[in-house]
Design a protein around this ligand. Structure first.
Ligand SMILES: NC(=O)c1ccc[n+]([C@@H]2O[C@H](COP(=O)([O-])OP(=O)(O)OC[C@H]3O[C@@H](n4cnc5c(N)ncnc54)[C@H](O)[C@@H]3O)[C@@H](O)[C@H]2O)c1
Length: 375
């Protein structure tokens, strides 16, 4: 198996998580260079991670032999950096969301098609064992016919003075574009495509943010199921002053005509489920069945989902120019000033694995077998 040479572009918060992922699979991936426009940050990381550091992405690409670049950048830079990567023949792992605007997202789709490049958007929630089981439960029909869903991603996000999330232009909005996507793509995996979406955004207390600190969406799926999603960066609860993930809640509930599943990713991953169908629950079982993923989802350890996501991506690179998968999802809120906003969810392509993958080779999320476990 080839060891792939990766460069990190952007060495802010999420780069630390991915660094742990890369470190955990040394036979398959190696970090060979880092780039950041903040000189002090790139020097610190280069020294700590023992790799050359650059403030110019193009200089890095000219000087270092790299198989793939991992873009951990503010959203307004995604399209530009994907295009530069494509021009240099590099594969891309792009942190979510695909972009901050629909136009940029479409540019990325076009670049990927034009260059035939390998690109994966890091929708890491898809790879977490807890969400894999949630989706699997629904897809196996153990809820019966899905009727409704509810998602919440809320908490208190602490911003550095230079945080791009403060600027509407750099983020593409506010909390919704930054955090709402996780709920949207997870529900889409479980319930299919949406056919009607509406929503409201508001900035109620985080005046330091130019964009919204609350985003609320109501979705109807083609199947007829309905869902409500709430994203907030202004919720206070015990522990909100702590660092991520204790300052955050991420939950999803799906109800069907034969059962229910409640999934929490943060702060403690846990899946609770109930079904009337005998194949899903032990016959005499009363109450919820509970599944707890093997590893905690903490800031100190590698997150399971990032590790799985990156290794799925890396797995794809081992194929000869595969279509590793292109998980595309974009959510936009727009409307005249002062008017209710309309929300559009656009899906351009779905993740696909190369057809010739044997089942054994396929990444964990395609193998997921749902097994019930008692609490
Ligand atoms: N999957 C997840 O759960 C998750 C979590 C956090 C962040 N993210 C995503 O990761 C990306 C980065 O987020 P973050 O939290 O690490 O942000 P961050 O602000 O901590 O880091 C971004 C880095 O990019 C650097 N940068 C800015 N302009 C640059 C340029 N022109 N050239 C090179 N470097 C430049 C900044 O100096 C900073 O170090 C975003 O797309 C975000 O949505 C995903």
């Amino acid at each position: 198996m080839k060891q792939h040479r990766l460069a990190f572009v952007g060495v802010g918060g999420i780069a630390d998580v991915h660094y742990l992922s890369v470190r955990s699979m040394p036979e398959r991936a190696q970090l060979v260079a880092v780039c950041d426009s903040r000189l002090e940050a790139v020097q610190r990381r280069a020294k700590e991670w023992q790799v050359p550091g650059y403030t110019s992405f193009e200089k890095l690409l000219d000087e270092v032999e790299v198989d793939a670049v991992c873009l951990f950048l503010p959203h307004h830079l995604h399209a530009e950096f994907v295009e530069i990567s494509a021009q240099h023949g590099k594969a891309v792992f792009l942190e979510k969301p695909i972009a901050g605007t629909l136009e940029h997202a479409q540019e990325i789709v076009e670049v990927v098609a034009r260059y035939g490049m390998t690109l994966l958007v890091g929708n890491n929630g898809l790879f977490h064992p807890a969400s894999e089981r949630t989706v699997e439960f629904v897809r196996r029909g153990w809820l019966g016919r899905p009727l409704s869903g509810r998602g919440i991603s809320a908490g208190w996000v602490t911003f550095s003075s230079w945080d791009f999330r403060l600027k509407k232009h750099d983020t593409g909005g506010g909390c919704w574009i930054d955090a709402g996507g996780h709920l949207v793509y997870l529900l889409r995996e479980a319930l299919g495509e949406a056919d009607y979406v509406t929503g409201i955004t508001a900035n109620l207390s985080r005046r330091e943010m130019e964009g919204e600190d609350h985003g609320l969406a109501v979705i109807r799926y083609k199947s007829g199921a309905v869902a409500e999603l709430l994203v907030s960066y202004a919720q206070k609860f015990p522990g909100y002053r702590y660092a991520w993930p204790r300052n955050n809640t991420q939950k999803l509930e799906i109800y069907g005509d034969r059962g229910a599943i409640q999934y929490a990713a943060l702060p403690e991953p846990c899946v609770k489920y109930f079904s009337e169908l005998p194949e899903a629950m032990p016959e005499d079982w009363q109450g919820w069945l509970v599944y707890r993923p093997p590893e905690p989802f903490t800031a100190e350890t590698t997150t399971v989902s990032s590790q799985q996501g990156l290794s799925t991506y890396e797995f794809g690179l081992n194929e000869t120019r595969p279509r590793v998968g292109f998980v595309f999802q974009d959510v936009r809120l727009h409307g005249p000033r002062g008017q209710p906003k309309r929300m559009e969810i656009t899906v351009r392509a779905r993740a696909t694995m190369p057809r010739r993958c044997s089942r054994r080779q396929q990444p964990a999320r395609h193998q997921a077998i749902f097994t019930s476990s008692r609490p």
